[in-house]
Design a protein around this ligand. Structure first.
Ligand code: GDP
Ligand code: MG
Length: 163
């Protein structure tokens, strides 16, 4: 089947916004939503010569505040289990949180390829905040703004290089 790319990360970092942005970016044509499961949303992304399935984890389950950690970690595992590549999304405006560190640890142990993507990077101050995520140990961070479109084409290129 087609390669699968899952977006994981804690609630409100912008997973669904990035999902929408990526599936509508200039180079990508999106098919009508391929399917919705209980807690994951699937979209089919097609470029000139490549195609992959993008998975938005989380968001469709109602989350009590105290359930959020458990849900995030469950959804991270579910996304990981079915994806060939993970986009680990974090939020420059809120900075590094303990839950980000937990997700990062699960991803490291999985051995799956991961792209570390810092969202909501829209100002020099955000860039400074975003650099804090190097503490999670990635070779590279992708700085994006899902709402403004910053960094999305570069991210798409990087995804395609790894599939
Ligand atoms: P999810 O819970 O991870 O799926 O996050 P959402 O996509 O639902 O976004 C959570 C909130 O962050 C919403 O209010 C979005 O409008 C906002 N948001 C998402 N991406 C960006 C971004 O690039 N910049 C800013 N400033 N806000 C964003
Ligand atoms: Mg969501």
């Amino acid at each position: 089947g087609l390669p699968r790319v899952a977006i994981v990360g804690r609630p409100n970092v912008g997973k669904s916004t990035l999902f929408n942005r990526l599936t509508r970016s200039r180079k990508a044509l999106v098919e009508p939503t391929a399917g919705v499961t209980r807690d994951r949303l699937y979209g089919r992304v097609r470029t000139e010569d490549r195609e992959f399935i993008l998975i938005d984890t989380g968001g469709l389950l109602p989350g009590e505040e105290d359930q959020l950690t458990k849900l995030t970690l469950e959804q991270t595992r579910a996304g990981m289990a079915e994806a060939d590549l993970i986009l680990f999304l974090v939020d420059a405006k809120s900075g590094l949180t303990p839950l980000d560190e937990e997700v990062a640890e699960i991803l490291r142990r999985s051995g799956k390829p991961v792209l570390y993507v810092v969202n909501k990077v829209e100002s020099p101050k955000d860039e400074e905040m975003a650099s804090e995520f190097y503490r999670l140990g990635p070779e590279r961070l992708f700085f994006v703004s899902a709402t403004q479109g910053r960094g999305i084409e570069e991210l798409l290129e990087a995804i395609l290089e790894r599939l």
